[in-house]
Write a protein that binds this ligand. Structure first.
Ligand code: 13P
Ligand code: SF4
Length: 424
């Protein structure tokens, strides 16, 4: 099976049937590094508003833009061989195959953050994922380890939907409404919970305010932890992960108002906020928002007996219509555990679904969305950038280092450690 990138090129040149969500996907990502208006680039997040001040990537030297993929692979392998265990390359499940083939570890955002710690000799951790993941790796890494993001424009539109100023303003309004006194059972009025897919500043905010981080694999355990300590939860940035998880735990959706940061009290009445159990931030993932109940209905009509598995970042009706839902790690394990040849329709990023289909040819595995539309920001990392940062390391130069300042890293680590200590 060809990689997602190859498929995109074949569709562009009319050699394959199918559709992509943007013709620009076939161009080198460096085209977008120099665009006067910063954008997430082609792919699922192309319609999202990029905040001013988002990191920009300077021009990739032309020798890397012009090199063929074959040449880049040779150069990457040579640089890796020279660096040996002084450098470790991490690849997220959603990363393109052309990058993943060079990764020492492949995993979800949290596994990769920890993988960095399991490479004690690595002076450089090259994170082929997105910005918040590189920040988390830096928070958990030793001081003498440099975390490198090969393309600084590889952000995350969902993480950018909640910023520290808007969350602080929300918190002040909630404190004015609820006060800060615990109830008779010792539970404070509200506990902040941030999804791993958020800036280090928001993880720090949670560390400073009795809160915690969660991932898509431990969100229910973390919400239990929070409900033991608080009367309600403020969950950011992903409304869907918050809603799907709390609903499965028995929280009625009516007790989950949404907080719109542009409106007073988030667009809610004080009574609604008083009765609430989970206040959901108005954020979402544009990759997972593409999945629909209609796609599931069509998959079931075409393949009776199909197993539909979706990620909890999908909207609630999609999760409700699926057979199962879970994190990227869950999806990976569910496919690996299937003993009989089966048909899987999967609602998560196309690079991961495509790779599963190639890895498990005994099954029929396809993405629920038949339009090829990768995560825009994961897609900003191309082997050209990987070769560029690795060859610089060989020369003793560290490019694109992600450094979380100590005043943010210390409380952020507290919120991450609370997550690690939380048990089901
Ligand atoms: P995980 O890697 O934690 O499953 O999250 C999915 C995702 O959207 C990563 O950006
Ligand atoms: Fe962000 Fe969604 Fe891309 Fe993950 S898949 S990095 S949440 S935009």
């Amino acid at each position: 099976m060809s990689s997602v990138d190859t498929t995109i090129q074949l569709i562009r040149t009319g050699q394959a049937d199918g559709a992509t969500c943007a013709p620009e996907l076939a161009d080198g990502p460096w085209i977008f590094d120099s665009s006067p208006l910063p954008s997430y680039g082609p792919g699922a997040s192309m319609g999202d508003v990029i905040p001013t001040g988002s990191p920009r990537q300077g021009q990739l030297p032309t020798e890397y833009q012009r090199a063929s993929n074959d040449e880049l692979h040779v150069r990457i392998r040579a640089a890796k061989a020279t660096l040996g265990d002084r450098a470790v390359i991490l690849g997220h499940f959603y990363q393109r195959d052309e990058v993943v083939q060079h990764a020492d570890f492949l995993g979800d955002s949290f596994q990769l953050a920890r993988a960095a710690q399991t490479a004690p000799n690595a002076e450089a951790i090259i994170f082929c994922g997105v910005h918040f993941m590189a920040e988390t790796a830096d928070i958990l890494a030793r001081d003498d380890q440099a975390v490198i993001l090969p393309n600084l424009a590889a952000g995350c539109s969902m993480a950018d939907m909640a910023d520290i100023d808007s969350v602080t303003a929300c918190w002040e309004q909630l404190e004015a409404l609820y006060g800060t006194e615990p109830d008779a059972e010792g539970r404070v009025p509200v506990i902040p919970v941030t999804y791993m897919n958020s800036s280090a500043a928001l993880k720090g905010f949670c560390g400073d305010h009795g809160g915690i981080v969660c991932t898509s694999s431990n969100a229910a355990t973390v919400l239990e932890w929070a409900f033991q300590r608080g009367q309600r939860v403020l969950f950011f940035p992903d409304q869907h992960l918050g809603r799907n998880t709390a609903k499965a735990m028995g929280v009625p959706v009516e007790l989950m108002p949404m907080w719109n940061p542009r409106k007073p009290l988030g667009g809610n009445t004080a009574d609604d906020l008083d009765a609430s159990k989970v206040i959901l931030w108005h954020g979402f993932c544009s990759v997972h928002k593409r999945f629909t109940v209609d796609q599931i209905d069509r998959a079931r009509a075409e393949f009776p007996g199909v197993r539909v598995i979706v990620h909890p970042e999908c909207p609630m009706p999609v999760v409700d219509a699926a057979d199962e839902y879970g994190s990227t790690d869950y999806i990976q394990k569910a496919v690996a555990a299937a003993t009989e040849p089966s048909t899987f329709a999967i609602g998560t990023e196309i690079n991961m679904v495509n790779r599963l289909a190639a890895e498990y040819p005994q099954h029929r595995i396809f993405c629920l969305d038949d339009v090829v539309c990768p995560c825009s920001t994961m897609y900003r990392i191309h082997p050209g950038y990987l070769a560029w940062v690795l060859e610089a390391l060989v020369r003793g130069e560290v490019l694109n280092q992600i450094t979380v300042p100590q005043d943010v890293a210390v409380p952020a680590r507290i919120a991450l450690e609370r997550m690690l200590a939380a048990r089901p």
